[in-house]
Design a protein around this ligand. Structure first.
Ligand SMILES: *[C@@H]1O[C@H](CO)[C@@H](O)[C@H](O)[C@H]1NC(C)=O
Ligand SMILES: *[C@@H]1O[C@H](CO)[C@@H](O)[C@H](O)[C@H]1NC(C)=O
Ligand SMILES: *[C@@H]1O[C@H](CO)[C@@H](O)[C@H](O)[C@H]1NC(C)=O
Length: 357
């Protein structure tokens, strides 16, 4: 008798609880879809729109292409200064990537900003002639980024030293405006021991450059890094591990390469470790976020954050690279034009002085 009652109770209890839970779940879902504005439901189901959702998406399958330089609006452009600087301030870009990213990310760098580098290389652990990607003798993974960085710069030094004046490292989710990089560098000579990027304060006395925003070494900096630093354990970390950018910063300081100031004349930044939205919108990045403690130079929020000649942004999704291409190289407000005079680079100045003295 008592056994039967206990059994009955347990049965009812279990049944009751399961029914209750299922009922709550069904009710919640029905209410969620009924009460949410329709666009959110649609979005949640199939059509991502927010930047957070877009970041994870792979890039376009078909190349979006480009507008022709013979089109009416592009014919009105005068790129002679940029073309001149591309000859005078030669930049080799090497992009940190891996076999899993060759098609999903690296390809889109090549289709967009990468084509404006004087030399473009993708550093990987597998060859891929379509990029081209180079198989460095390293393992993949976060714990090998430092080893990969050292091998990449060694490869560049051994095979491309004469083909460029400046040597840029970027990630496969960094977007770079090459014209503005050359504009910044034209006031320097490649024989200066200096490197530029988004300067962070901790870990290294003179600071170090954020890895994601990309950093650019002068020819002299590259030479010292490979010839003096890399194989000396009292200057550079010898194993594969460690934060690539911090270790690079220590090495650069060890070989007496200066951490340069990449801000413009108005004190606005040029290299950025996040997408423009994070820097432009006041309050978007909370004040206790590590970024504010890390930055070497005080940075303003809002439009004052960012130079009109900004060079790089990080965490740019493959799709967003094509959006930036369109906004920077195609979209024009009708009726506004500007003119720049043909500049004389520091390098040309130095040659001139040498010639006349
Ligand atoms: C990658 O290509 C280079 C040059 O063609 C070759 O020397 C090297 O052995 C290749 N490496 C791998 C891992 O296939
Ligand atoms: C390594 O660097 C230290 C510090 O600059 C220097 O004293 C030492 O001679 C270097 N060692 C070699 C083998 O070059
Ligand atoms: C383009 O700009 C350069 C530099 O300002 C100038 O010398 C040249 O005459 C311009 N060309 C045309 C076609 O306007």
């Amino acid at each position: 008798m008592t056994v039967l009652r206990v059994f009955k109770w347990t049965f009812i209890n279990k049944h009751f609880i399961i029914t209750l839970l299922l009922g709550m779940l069904a009710g919640f879902m029905a209410a969620y879809f009924l009460l949410s504005p329709p666009e959110y439901v649609w979005q949640a189901l199939s059509d991502p729109h927010t930047s957070g959702q877009l970041e994870g998406l792979s890039g376009p399958v078909n190349d979006p292409g480009s507008h022709g330089s013979d089109e009416f609006f592009h014919r009105m452009e005068n790129s002679s200064v940029a073309d001149h600087l591309a000859q005078q301030v030669r930049v080799l870009c090497w992009v940190m990537t891996g076999p899993n990213n060759h098609q999903s990310k690296a390809k889109h760098v090549k289709n967009t900003w990468g084509k404006r580098c004087n030399v473009l290389l993708f550093m990987s652990s597998e060859n891929d002639s379509s990029l081209p990607a180079i198989a460095l003798p390293v393992k993949e993974g976060r714990n090998n980024l430092w080893a990969k960085t050292k091998e990449a710069f060694k490869h560049v030094y051994n095979h491309y030293f004469d083909q460029a004046d400046w040597f840029l490292k970027a990630d496969d989710d960094t977007y770079v405006v090459l014209e503005n990089l050359r504009y910044m560098l034209m006031n320097h000579v490649p024989s200066e021991p200096i490197y530029y990027g988004c300067r962070f304060k901790p870990y290294v006395k003179q600071g170090y450059m954020s890895g994601g925003a990309g950093y650019v070494l002068s020819k002299e900096a590259l030479k010292r890094f490979v010839e003096v630093g890399i194989h000396n354990k009292s200057i550079c970390r010898q194993d594969a591990d460690g934060s690539e950018d911090v270790e690079m910063g220590k090495c650069m300081e060890g070989v007496h390469v200066d951490a340069g100031d990449s801000r413009d004349a108005l004190g606005r930044g040029r290299f950025f470790p996040f997408v423009p939205e994070h820097h432009l919108i006041p309050g978007h990045v909370s004040k206790d976020f590590w970024y504010w403690k890390y930055i070497y130079y005080e940075s303003k929020e809002g439009m004052d954050c960012c130079s009109d000649n900004a060079v790089s942004f990080h965490y740019v999704s493959p799709n967003q690279m094509y959006v930036l291409e369109y906004l920077i190289y195609h979209l024009r407000p009708y009726g506004i034009s500007y003119h720049v005079d043909m500049p004389i680079t520091k390098q040309q100045q130095a040659v001139k002085t040498d010639g006349t003295v």
